[in-house]
Ligand binder design. Structure first.
Ligand code: NAD
Length: 347
């Protein structure tokens, strides 16, 4: 039986709990895994004096595949984002975030099936910013957009559409205002689209896209966009499909792939055995597909859907009014993970 060596980054806050849940479910598939656990974020700062120790990068470069929990990034001051550093250092340029309705009742909208493909190595996240004057009364951020990386991400979106049998790619930008950066991304998208006549292509301005998504989400399929817009819009699509608790994601490069949920480390819930483990579990499902373990991935998806549909063992976020019409007593994170793992084992 194949055994995969995977880099496991438990992360901060709720990270260790949700990654433990995902490991349990992935192991229940019967696929063999050898986990190489390495710390990043606040945990690593305490141990190594840096949020991204070399050992994390070395492990990922060696194993080529990783499963990651969320990592805290201090706001305003403190260390730079570990996520941004990982994506840039390892050239994990495509942040792929599917938003799928899981069970009719557990979602704001039924039949949501969107994928956000976010460029993850440039834009304002390049970290080139400075104070304009000595008394810090003005600041400037440089938004770097390159033709090479814009074409690369749009091509990734079209190739993904081809592989997954998807029908349409929508490129999202703000070329009316940001004539150079937005215009360049728009031009790159139009050029790449010409090579894929079999897939429908359209463009939207970011503001209009947000409104359209809330009004008519089913008109869209794959959305490809720059770093900042993709960051924001993937939280929006996660909300449409049922919330951050069920929104998985991946960071893909030509050589490496790192799977992680859209949500952050939710520090106020850390250690409470309370949050929804599904986003991390479905990030694991995406990892199984990446490894070619399609049957195991299908089992995980079906088990997650069944547990959410039954509404017997779901965490607080899926037991809230608005997500269910039935009174549901919220279960613990570990109970929901156990229920999913048990179903997977039986398949
Ligand atoms: P967050 O996603 O951590 O939490 C926002 C809210 O979403 C939570 O308070 C909770 O109500 C809900 N939520 C999140 N995950 C959930 C889950 N699994 N189940 C149920 N509900 C869930 O966002 P934040 O509070 O803005 O950020 C906290 C920290 O996480 C920050 O330091 C931020 O930088 C970091 N962050 C990390 C990543 C990452 O590592 N990829 C992504 C986003 C944010």
């Amino acid at each position: 039986m194949a055994s995969y060596k995977i880099t496991l980054i438990p992360g901060d806050g709720i990270g260790p709990e949700v990654t433990a849940a995902a490991v349990k479910v992935l192991e229940a598939t019967g696929v063999g895994f050898e986990w190489e656990t390495v710390d990043a974020g606040e945990t690593a700062v305490r141990q190594y004096g840096t949020p991204l120790p070399e050992i994390v990068l070395e492990s990922l470069k060696k194993n080529k595949v990783g499963l990651k929990g969320p990592v805290t990034t201090p706001i305003g001051t403190g260390f730079r984002s570990v996520n941004v550093a990982l994506r840039m250092t390892l050239d994990l340029y495509a942040c792929v975030r599917p938003a799928r309705s899981i069970a009719g009742e557990g979602t704001r909208y039924e039949n949501i099936d969107l994928v956000v493909v976010r460029e993850a190595t440039e834009g304002p996240y390049s970290g080139v910013e400075h104070w304009v004057d000595r008394d810090h009364s003005a600041a400037e951020t440089i938004n770097i957009i390159t033709r090479k990386n814009s074409e690369r991400i749009v091509r990734y979106a079209f190739e993904y559409a081809k592989k997954e049998g998807r029908k349409k790619v929508t490129a999202v930008h703000k070329a009316n205002i940001m004539k150079c950066t937005g215009g360049l991304f728009q031009e790159a998208a139009q050029k790449v689209a010409e090579s894929y006549p079999e897939i429908e292509f359209e463009e939207r301005l970011i503001d209009n896209m947000c409104m359209q998504l809330v009004k008519k989400p089913n008109n869209y399929d794959i959305i490809v966009t720059t770093n900042l817009f993709g960051d924001i819009i993937s939280d929006l699509t996660a909300g449409l499909a049922g919330g951050l608790g069920i929104a998985p994601g991946s960071n893909i490069g030509d050589e490496l792939a790192l799977f992680e949920p859209v949500h952050g480390s939710a520090p106020k819930y850390a250690g409470k055995d309370k949050v929804n483990p599904v986003a991390e579990i479905l990030s694991g499902e995406m990892m199984l597909k990446h490894l070619g373990e399609n049957e195991a991935a299908e089992h995980v998806w079906k088990a997650v859907c069944a547990v959410i549909e039954e509404k017997k063992v779901v965490t607080y976020d899926l037991a809230l009014p608005g997500y269910t019409t039935r009174p549901v007593k919220p279960s613990k994170l570990s109970e929901m993970a156990d229920a999913i793992a048990k179903k997977v084992e039986k398949m």
